[in-house]
Design a protein around this ligand. Structure first.
Ligand code: AMP
Length: 221
């Protein structure tokens, strides 16, 4: 990316943050930091973090801020973040956003944009219920809108596709409620700091990608 983009992708689960972050990472080299991907890997590997986080994730609740903030502080020290980073699924609470401000300040950095991806709730439910995720590389597909070439097999790495427990219908409603109460207040938090840019997240993946690039403007040109 031109300069180093330091961006938060903000939006409810199923807004397309992960899909767009992966495309931007491939195209511009800024590191995608998905706290959800990091946590799922920790759960699969049964690390101490994974063991602490697993119950929260499968019930659709948020993992405690203290665990998340440490994980992000460590991740930001990795070399690939020097070219910029795109947060996907972080911050999710006001205390996380405040901690992020502190971590970046200590490193002499700041955020240069928070991109809010807007999608109505009925479309989100449809996207999450049909979503399939690769166990190996985290790539995402949809049974109807973005089907893999071979049923159950990841186009990118050949890994097995599965339905996340928290993408099952009974958990989706809870996740959306958690988003409304705990994460949506971040829109005003970042608007008040002059960092917020908003895009319509409804449409084809490529159309949305074009809107993302347009909204990021100079940060990716
Ligand atoms: P995601 O893949 O971003 O939808 O995250 C999946 C799940 O991981 C969430 O429902 C939470 O249980 C947990 N999680 C991911 N990121 C965070 C975060 N920043 N704060 C708290 N919990 C998180």
């Amino acid at each position: 990316m031109a300069g180093a983009a330091r961006v938060v992708l903000l939006g409810p689960p199923g807004a397309g943050k992960g899909t767009q972050a992966k495309l931007l990472q491939d195209e511009f080299g800024a590191a995608q930091i998905s706290t959800g991907d990091i946590l799922r890997k920790a759960v699969a590997e049964q690390t101490p973090l994974g063991k602490q986080a697993s119950g929260f994730i499968s019930s659709g609740a948020l993992v405690p801020d203290s665990l998340i903030v440490n994980l992000v502080a460590e991740r930001l020290k990795e070399k690939d973040c020097a070219k910029g980073f795109l947060f996907d699924g972080f911050p999710r609470t006001i205390p996380q956003a405040e901690s992020l401000d502190g971590i970046l300040k200590k490193a002499g950095l700041d955020l240069n944009c928070v991109l809010s991806v807007q999608v109505p709730q009925n479309i989100i439910v449809e996207r999450l219920a049909g979503r399939r995720t690769c166990r190996k590389c985290g790539a995402m597909f949809h049974v109807a809108f973005n089907a893999p070439k071979l049923d159950g097999v990841c186009d990118s790495c050949g890994g097995e596709l599965y339905q996340r427990d928290d993408d099952k219908e009974q958990t989706i409603a809870h996740r959306l409620q958690v988003y409304d109460t705990q994460t949506a207040p971040l829109v005003n938090y970042y608007r008040a700091r002059g960092l917020l840019r908003e895009i319509d997240g409804v449409g084809e993946i490529d159309q949305i990608r074009a809107r993302v690039i347009e909204a990021l403007g100079d940060l990716v040109r």
